[in-house]
Write a protein that binds this ligand. Structure first.
Ligand code: NAD
Ligand code: IPM
Ligand code: MN
Length: 372
């Protein structure tokens, strides 16, 4: 296959980790019969500095001309002035909205070798394997009005939480479909005890559940879920929730996996269909973006110590969801597992003094395992 990938590294550790993903795709190209070409685009704070906007037209053109987007991270203290007209984060938010990437899949898994890297008790981590399906193009992030103002009574601001029926239905369907191909349990999280949007969410998910009698549907209030996630994480199979809850709960879930540097994601614009004979959904269509769940990590940027595994596993998701290259995705995921068994650890994963390796060495180790 000839595949064109837009690589938007962004800010901070973003470009450091996407460089390792490109290295991994080069290794895949050597082992399998594919040609990957990479087109680099500017996004985020560095694009604001260079072009005056976090998502220049040139970058949008690159994205439109490619088969999938590999995204790093955007943002950083340099662009954090609360009065700024535009922010780096607007770049990724606009991309998500423009490409209609409404379903963000965030798998959370525990590698046995990393159990010690998590602050949670080891016995709680046994058997953890879940996918958080986060709604990504609506809710508080995009609702209008969204603004600040000042008058004689002082300063005010408003963000608006809205959901339309079709927005809830399509992301819930993603949750059901994925659950159907896995352990057939779907937790739907909301705040129906407080929010109108939560009540709408629960009603629509319940109605849709009739189409999926084989999937056990469990409604849970999002605050309770925050607690259950770290006390009984193995209870969860697929979790579906709205944009803001999904953002916060997936960072929390990174604690289960041992580090922010371990959690990948896929943002899709179509519903992956379950397939009961094999756990994988079919091709995702052209509009799709793959990124780690972590940010630009300004505290460690430029030091060559970031963990590239979240980006590398996002690349595996790209091969699986965008191109149906399951063997190639398996090869990446097995290589990651193998280097962890070998003892490769970036500083975020290291438990022994002196054992840590850098970003590039971790990428080399994984690429080496792929080439064999
Ligand atoms: P962060 O995810 O960047 O970092 C949180 C903590 O996790 C830091 O201590 C960091 O060092 C650590 N960490 C994150 N990724 C790591 C990795 N790969 N390897 C090792 N350690 C890692 O969150 P933050 O500090 O709250 O945000 C920093 C900036 O990133 C903000 O401007 C935020 O808006 C932005 N951000 C961007 C994205 C994105 O572009 N998709 C996602 C999240 C945050
Ligand atoms: C994420 C990030 C983003 C979000 C920011 C950078 C806009 O935290 O991808 O989880 O809040 O969605
Ligand atoms: Mn986040």
């Amino acid at each position: 296959m000839d595949i064109r990938i837009a690589v938007l590294g962004g800010d901070g550790i973003g470009p450091e980790v996407t460089a390792e993903s490109v290295k991994i795709l080069d290794a895949i190209e050597r082992r399998f019969d594919h040609t990957f070409s990479f087109v680099m685009g500017a996004c985020g704070g560095r694009a604001i500095d260079e072009f005056g906007t976090p998502l220049p037209e040139e970058t949008l053109d690159i994205v439109k001309g490619c088969d999938a987007v590999l995204f790093g991270a955007v943002g950083g203290p340099k662009w954090d002035d609360p009065q700024a007209e535009t922010r780096p984060e607007d770049g990724i938010l606009t991309l998500r909205k423009d490409l209609d990437l409404f379903a963000n899949l965030r798998p959370v898994k525990v590698y046995p070798q990393l159990i010690d890297a998590s602050p949670l008790r080891p016995e709680r981590l046994v058997g953890v394997d879940m996918v958080i399906v986060r709604e990504l193009t609506s809710g508080l992030y995009f609702g209008k009005p969204k603004k600040r103002w000042a008058n004689s009574r002082g300063r005010s601001a408003v963000d608006t939480l809205t959901y339309r029926e079709r927005e809830v239905e399509r992301v819930a369907r993603v949750g059901f479909e994925i659950a159907r191909g896995r352990r057939k349990r779907l937790h739907s999280l909301d705040k129906m005890n407080v929010l109108e949007t939560g009540r709408l969410w629960r009603e629509i998910v319940t109605e849709l559940g009739v189409e999926y009698p084989d999937v056990e549907l469990i409604h849970m209030l999002a605050d309770n879920a925050a607690m259950q996630l770290v006390t009984n994480p193995a209870e969860f199979d697929v979790v579906v929730t709205e944009n803001t809850f999904g953002d916060i709960l997936s960072d929390e879930a990174a604690v289960i996996g041992g580090s922010m540097g371990m959690l990948p994601s896929a943002s899709l614009s179509s519903i992956p269909k379950s397939n009961n004979t094999n756990r994988r959904p079919r091709r995702a269509g052209k509009r799709a973006l793959y990124e780690p769940i972590h940010g630009s990590a300004p505290d460690i940027a430029g030091q060559g110590v970031a963990n590239p595994i979240a980006s590398i596993l996002s690349t595996a998701m790209m091969l699986r969801y965008s191109f149906a290259l399951d063997d190639e995705a398996d090869a990446i995921e097995s290589a990651v597992a193998a280097v962890l068994v070998d003892g490769a650890r970036t500083p975020d994963l290291a438990t022994q003094p002196g054992e840590a390796i850098g970003t590039s060495d971790m990428g080399d180790a994984i690429a080496g395992r792929i080439i064999g």
